[in-house]
Design a binder for this molecule. Structure first.
Ligand code: C2E
Ligand code: CA
Ligand code: CA
Ligand code: CA
Length: 282
């Protein structure tokens, strides 16, 4: 079938119909995921590179659908973003993360910082600051133990509004991180313009297996980014650290914190708490 819209042609193949239908199915399933309690927040520890102490954790959303199975965030987060569902879901993640963290901080007597991902749409939600304040108040988590991760993309969308919102978020006392640093654009100017505290170095900058095998030194680019970040008094967190070798590179290069499968995968709340207790006993 051919559909004419203005002077552009849209041609639907059976395969495209199939894709569109799969998307619609997923969308309506996602709409009900929260109330059906199919969503869960998992946590991945973040370690201080010098001391190997757990200093915090990143909250990562998981969706387990009875028929679709475990849907990867890379699939359903963009859908949630496009449909606007990310508003409700993101607020729920924030509340969960604050509640869990407050419990662990209290139970273990350690100032663990929780990091929550914010999508572009969330950053440009007029109610964001109120929602964050509410999540802090309701959970009792001290603001300085909350960190929000933003991507360069969401800062680029509307830098002026972003700047104002980030200023108001900072005034609450929390920390801001730029996620996936280096994968977007105009990175450098952003670091000066926005009141960020942390830079998350994307996995693509870490040396791969072959480079490690060849005895290469920590990539020059990563080293330059680390140097720059430290000049601007930013902390650098390396993500996706999978091997001892990469960890050693990071340590030599003076990276501040790291997370990745080498230490621990993202875990459901109960298992994460057990991991925390275990790491304290060492
Ligand atoms: P991200 O924020 O860059 O999160 C890091 C991703 O790397 C996570 O994937 C994590 O599970 C994965 N990871 C951690 N350690 C390793 C490692 O050693 N090796 C490799 N290969 N991967 C590792 P995940 O959980 O599938 O999430 C994917 C993306 O979905 C996240 O990327 C983030 O952009 C988004 N996302 C996840 N949860 C949320 C959320 O609550 N809100 C929003 N807005 N986005 C979220
Ligand atoms: Ca992140
Ligand atoms: Ca990231
Ligand atoms: Ca990433």
């Amino acid at each position: 079938a051919k559909a004419i819209k203005g002077n552009s042609y849209r041609f639907f193949t059976p395969e495209m119909h199939e894709k569109a239908r799969a998307r619609l199915t997923m969308e309506s399933a996602l709409r009900r995921a929260l109330e059906r309690q199919e969503l869960e927040v998992h946590y991945q520890p973040r370690l201080d590179v010098a001391t190997l102490q757990v200093v915090g954790m990143e909250a990562l959303l998981r969706w387990n659908h009875p028929q679709l199975g475990r849907v990867p965030p890379a699939q359903f987060i963009p859908l949630a973003e496009e449909t606007g569902l990310i508003g409700t879901i993101g607020e729920w993640v924030l509340q969960q993360a604050c509640r869990h963290s407050r419990r662990w901080v209290q139970a273990l007597g350690r100032p663990l910082r929780v990091s929550v991902n914010l999508s572009p749409r969330q950053l440009h939600d007029q109610q964001l600051v109120a929602k964050v304040r509410q999540a802090l108040r309701e959970s009792g988590l001290p603001a300085q133990l909350l960190e929000l991760e933003l991507t360069e993309g969401s800062l680029a969308q509307d830098p002026h509004t972003a700047e104002r919102t980030l200023g108001r978020l900072k005034a609450l006392g929390l920390r801001l991180a730029v996620d996936d640093f280096g994968t977007g654009h105009s990175s450098l100017s952003y670091l000066r313009r926005f009141p960020v505290d942390v830079l998350k170095l994307d996995r693509t900058f870490l040396p791969g297996l072959t480079e490690v095998a060849e005895g290469a030194s920590f990539s020059t680019l990563a080293q330059a980014i680390l140097h720059l970040a430290h000049t601007l008094s930013l902390r650098v967190v390396a993500e996706g650290v999978e091997t001892r070798e990469v960890f050693d590179f990071l340590k030599d290069a003076g990276c501040d914190e790291a997370q990745g499968y080498f230490f621990c995968r993202p875990l459901p709340p109960r298992e994460f708490e057990a991991f925390l207790r275990g790491s304290l006993e060492q």
